[in-house]
Design a protein. Structure first.
Length: 299
């Protein structure tokens, strides 16, 4: 309880030098178990990021009980990356990646630059913490990487030294090991989840103007273009989008619950956004949209 405030003072001071605000989020596993708390967490995180704040996430150790703990921040980061559909997860440590043996004791150990996945054998072979700070160690990071990969999030394990370290990691030039697909493909993986794996909770019908905007102009779906709502879906559920002829043109994650969207369909964005789960005007943002019919019928 004492340490958390001291830690946030350090983060706030460091980020303030660059004009950023640091925001603290303390979580327990129950935040992921409860649907309502899960959605509130997503909304809080998204709003902080939209306003340029830097979320600092830690386990709420002062109130957690054993059965609701994450074990360490590596696993917590994997769960957060998964529920945010993050582009990438970077696990920074004092060793520059994964090796086929312990590089501290075996000078012949060979480093892995890229791995398609984490095997159970790798986890069994990993030792404990090799650092004087933090919990976990390489085994912890491998378990977290395995969990993140199961959510479709690619992982980097390595060092974070240098002023451009994070930019270099995102650019594929990090000093460590990349696991899973290359980072730039993560948005496409999220869209693959929407298109092929996510359960469809309802249907939205749009007018010809919205159809043309979605298919031909790469725009988001706004309330003004919605003409009908079917199904009892919640905000952030995946829904099908059909045109006036009943043809499915795409699929996406919706920012409105069905009951709220029914109230605001056809309205201007500013009037509708108060009913949005994230207080955003879009019904479906372009980043959460997948086209299932390439050609527009609006010629």
């Amino acid at each position: 309880a004492v340490g958390q405030s001291v830690l946030m003072q350090a983060y706030s001071s460091a980020f303030a030098q660059f004009g950023f605000t640091a925001a603290q989020l303390l979580l327990t596993r129950s935040d992921f178990y409860s649907r309502e708390r899960f959605r509130n967490l997503f909304a809080t995180m998204t709003t902080l990021l939209e306003h340029g704040a830097i979320p600092i996430i830690n386990e709420n150790d002062s109130v957690s009980v054993e059965e609701l703990t994450f074990g360490d921040n590596d696993m917590l980061s994997a769960l957060v990356a998964g529920f945010l559909h993050a582009d990438a997860l970077m696990l920074l440590t004092d060793i520059n990646g994964l090796y086929d043996a312990n590089p501290k004791t075996n000078p012949q150990a060979k480093k892995y630059t890229f791995l398609p996945h984490i095997t159970d054998e790798m986890i069994e072979a990993a030792g404990g913490s090799g650092s004087a700070v933090g919990t976990g160690g390489m085994r912890s990071k491998l378990l977290a990487a395995q969990k993140a990969l199961s959510f479709g999030v690619s992982v980097f394990i390595g060092t974070g030294r240098g002023k451009e370290a994070l930019a270099d990691i995102l650019a594929g030039k990090g000093d460590g090991t990349y696991i899973g697909a290359p980072f730039p493909k993560q948005m496409q993986m999220h869209k693959q989840w929407i298109a092929y794996h996510a359960p469809v909770a309802g249907t939205i019908t749009v007018d010809s103007g919205a159809e043309e905007a979605l298919l031909a102009r790469g725009k988001s779906l706004l309330p003004a273009g919605v003409t009908a709502v079917s199904g009892d879906f919640h905000a952030m559920d995946v829904v099908d989008v059909v045109n006036e002829k009943g043809i499915t043109i795409g699929r996406g994650q919706v920012y409105y619950a069905a009951a709220d969207l029914e109230k605001v369909k056809g309205l201007p964005s500013e009037e509708a956004r108060q009913y949005s789960y994230l207080h955003r005007p879009e019904v479906i943002h372009r980043d959460n949209w997948v086209t299932l019919r390439k050609e527009s019928v609006s010629k």
